[in-house]
Design a protein around this ligand. Sequence first.
Ligand SMILES: [Zn+2]
Ligand SMILES: [Zn+2]
Ligand SMILES: [Zn+2]
Length: 342
Amino acid sequence: MSLSALELERAERIRANKLRLEQIGLVQNVAQLAASQVETARARRKPTARASSAARKAAGSLPPGRVRRSERVAGIDVPNYNENARLLSVADGDGGSRDRRLLRENVREEIYDVEHLDALGSRQQEWELFVDGYNASGDRIYDKVNGQTCHQCRQKTMGKRTCCSGCQSLQGVLCGDCLFMRYGENVDEATANPEWLCPLCRDICNCSFHRSKSGWAPTGTLYRHAIAEGYASVAHYLVLNNLSDAAKPEALERGICPPELTKQLKEELKEDAVAVAEQVELDAPADTQRSLRTSTAEEVPQLPLSKQKRQRTLFTAASGSKRQKGANAARADHRGLRSTVL
Ligand SMILES: [Zn+2]
Ligand SMILES: [Zn+2]
Ligand SMILES: [Zn+2]
């Protein structure tokens, strides 16, 4: 029997089966069942998840607001740093071929630990943007022969560059503007320090290529938004807003979080403590429950747990709308931002 004959026979069998199913009304039932399952799933979905997906949709091409990444809500609260991926790839200077390598959204959870807090840079002196490597009329001086390509903005321009004592490679070469905006450091201080390590060697490189390699979407032009929110740089924004539960108390202790984030982290830690206490109480044998209740009452506000949960929900909703406003403001900012701000 030839292949086409086999195929014909199979098609005929399928047709006959379908006819039989239709005759006994099964096809319609299956369709109805599928539709009702979709409805049920929609109705069952938690409001938080729905709000979050709606917010993501609304965010679309907007710059990101602060995205809380408590491990407890991982999977619900997925950040979208992709607001300007297209613009970013254009500004990166190698168009289409590069574009395909960039992710549209995070495919791996972005979480930072205490070692990443340690890796965040600092500076003694401010750095003046858009001066070094620019001519008198404020244009960047591109030089294919004498220029060095910046790992972050991928531009071969004149101006100061870093040199990494670790990898000693092109990956450690950053221009002064990128080093300042993306990592909060001063290129003069970096070049004066013989032990200076590049962001990649510190595992905090936030260039579009390495973020994509890590499974994270490019940040786009996040700089002004990060600064407006009180962060020292884009790296500080990313790390501090995506801390592991273990790193949160450490960040608070170091006092490196802007006031609003400090408040939120405290709130989250308090809520975690309540959840743990609740769980311990549930797990504990009846005779030890009384003493446990006494000890947890000292740590948490004197409110019934249900009431605390409600307060938390209200708080989140309020800060959500605030985030949106911030995002809009930042979006307006971005229009005026130069293409070098990556
Ligand atoms: Zn650069
Ligand atoms: Zn390096
Ligand atoms: Zn990189």
